[in-house]
Ligand binder design. Structure first.
Ligand code: DGL
Length: 267
């Protein structure tokens, strides 16, 4: 038994889609979330910058005595994971790409899949590598959809602007006859209804969040690290107060939380 919290982080509200799945799959676990709202978006930044930001956040989470960490961000998972596990060998760190790769392979029937994510995630080619290693003849098509991130941060997840943006980005993937699209950015599930309306019901949308939460569950079970308490406790930190963080948090998690601001540059 280990009653310490699980730490999660992302550039902003996106990682809350992973918190939501952790709450479902591991209802007795305490969580501590950090949203880097002062420095969002990560997707247009270099690997070095994303890695530096992630290291600072992990140092902050370690001051909260977390027992394990989920990088609830595809950009940081795909660009920085190897470096993060090297710098922090004593804390179990989970990324979201492997779960996305595995879920995508199980979902596709025609072996033609699309990966959508930030510029940095697409540039890393982490999804293609993971998929091709397991299924070499899979056809993988990628598309960076950077504008989905500010739309999600603004709460514009299902209006005309979101729909036109989705149509413009996804047209090319659909022409390639993909039957599965991985939402390879944790902000994108916030636009799932809109994206689904654009791609149609015949295309399966894969959100790696649930499978990531399941991996964490398995790890905690195998290592006798589950929380033995019953009380639900979830704490949220941001690097800056934004007009939308608390509002979107409540909309997604169906409960009111107030995020506390912390000066991440200190870490
Ligand atoms: N939500 C993040 C991801 O999964 C980062 C988006 C961004 O800040 O550009 O990639």
């Amino acid at each position: 038994m280990d009653n310490r919290p699980i730490g999660l982080f992302d550039s902003g509200v996106g990682g809350l889609t992973v918190v939501k799945q952790v709450m479902k799959v591991l209802p007795h676990e305490e969580t501590i979330y950090f949203g880097d709202t002062a420095r969002v978006p990560y997707g247009a930044k270099t690997k070095e910058t994303v890695t530096k930001f992630s290291e600072q956040i992990i140092r902050f989470l370690l001051t909260k005595d977390v027992k394990a960490i989920i990088i609830a961000c595809n950009t940081a998972s795909s660009n920085s994971y190897d470096e993060l596990i090297r710098v922090f060998p004593d804390i179990p760190i989970f990324e979201v790409i492997t779960a996305g790769v595995e879920s995508c392979i199980s979902a596709t029937k025609n072996k033609r899949v699309g990966i959508i994510g930030t510029y940095a995630t697409v540039r890393s080619a982490a999804y293609e590598r993971g998929i091709k290693q397991r299924v070499p003849d899979m056809r993988v098509f990628t598309k960076a959809c950077p504008l989905f991130v500010p739309l999600a941060e603004e709460g514009w997840t299902d209006n005309d602007i979101a729909r036109l943006t989705a149509e413009t980005y996804l047209d090319e993937l659909l022409k390639n006859n993909v039957d599965t699209i991985v939402l390879g950015c944790t902000h994108y599930p916030l636009l799932k209804r809109c994206i689904s309306g654009v791609v149609g019901e015949s295309v399966t949308l894969v959100d790696p969040a649930k499978a990531t939460a399941m991996k964490m569950k398995k790890f905690l079970e195998q290592n006798d690290m589950l929380n033995g308490g019953e009380e639900e406790k979830h704490t949220f930190y941001v690097s800056d107060h934004t007009p939308s963080f608390d509002f979107l948090c409540e909309r997604l998690l169906k409960k009111k939380y107030t995020a506390e601001k912390t000066d991440i540059e200190k870490y």
